[in-house]
Write a protein that binds this ligand. Sequence first.
Ligand SMILES: [Mn+2]
Length: 466
Amino acid sequence: MRYVLICPDDFLHHLLGGTTLAGDPPLYLVADAGVRTRIARSGGQALSGNLDEPAIYRRAFRTGREAVLVAAPAERLTKILAALRAVAPQAPVLVLRDEEEPAGLPAGATSLSLSAFGERVIQPELERAALRARVERVRQHFAPAERVLIMMQDDPDPDAIASALGLRTLLGRNRGSAPIATFGTITRPENRTMCRILDIEVEEIHARALDEYDRVAMVDVQPGFFQERFEQVDLVIDHHPEDRTVRALLKDIRPAYGATSTILTEYLRAAEVKISQRLATALLYGIKSDTLHLERGGTRADMDAFASLYPLANHSWLRRIERPEMPQEALDALAHGLAHRQLIRGVLFSHLGSLPYVDLVPQFADLCLQVDGVEWSVVSGIVNAEVHISVRNVGYVKSAGDVVRAAFGDLGAAGGHRAMAKAVIRLAEWRAELGQVSAEVVSQGIMERFLRALDGNGPGGGTDRD
Ligand SMILES: [Mn+2]
């Protein structure tokens, strides 16, 4: 449908120039024949005549329902609208106005203030230009570095992981020249699944390794969060409130934002960096999980970033991350584990035997904690010649991390938090210690060691901090 643009002079033509509206070049109605000629010369369509009289509108309208945009001085508006309405009473009308509400606005007409251009068009573009300059500074600062470290918090969450991947993409680097790292480890199964499905490698590093990097960036975390000391932090991008003044050469901290992934999405868009399906999926998941699907702490900026990422993301990957599917063989392992479960003094033990993948162990440990009367769940399984043990508790008992360290620390990696912990023991270690690695021996060994540690008599001289 053709739009009809009414303006005594060439203001609208200047403003809208060669734009087509709704797929068709608009028709300009102007007062001056000279203006009409100029518009026509530049390829536009225009009629000229007295805008206060119906005649020009009879020539302009075909159906009488064409949408109309009017830009005229306030004192002329009434006459123009009256003449227009006489010919096309049903045409939708938008009046472009200066500050004040125009007098005599016909019923059903809509008005838009000129200042809206400033707010809706100019201001976002100015912000984008400022952001682009900021991104350029970041890129220049990191360009000479041979190796860049992108740090996340201990036990990084999807927002941190996605932001780290976003920053690495922004800097045009790969996992060799800019590893994504944490001093801790990723414990939540969904977060591990995210890394597996999106092929994101998170390096678990030690503070000693900091010397190996020329530049350090932090995403979704601030230097004050760490116990480890950083000699210099080059960049901090975060959305947590600044607890104490962040010391970094460059920083962008926006507590109003629901997710750091939103800031990185803005950076990537401002710099016109191509956002791959993998990165879009990560960032979208980062925003979703930090804002509870935009329901908590989400702002306009988060929604904009979300909307721009949505069509780029792979939604079947996202489903697999959010609702991990279980292969048939996993059901058999779970059935076996359920049938052979043992509940001893509020501790539910279940050994799942050989498993196709590790995530089943923590998933099942979560599930077992929901059983009536259970204060602890201890679930184990064997994957790639390692015994994986996940421990959960209801939270008001001893620290799971302490008990797991006391129970299994002498055999392999063991530790965790108050309510969740894990141990990973190589079967070779187990065999050296206990002689056998049959399912019965392993599950019996786990039970004995765990209960002894829970009583405060771990093999490693178990500490009992509670
Ligand atoms: Mn976050």
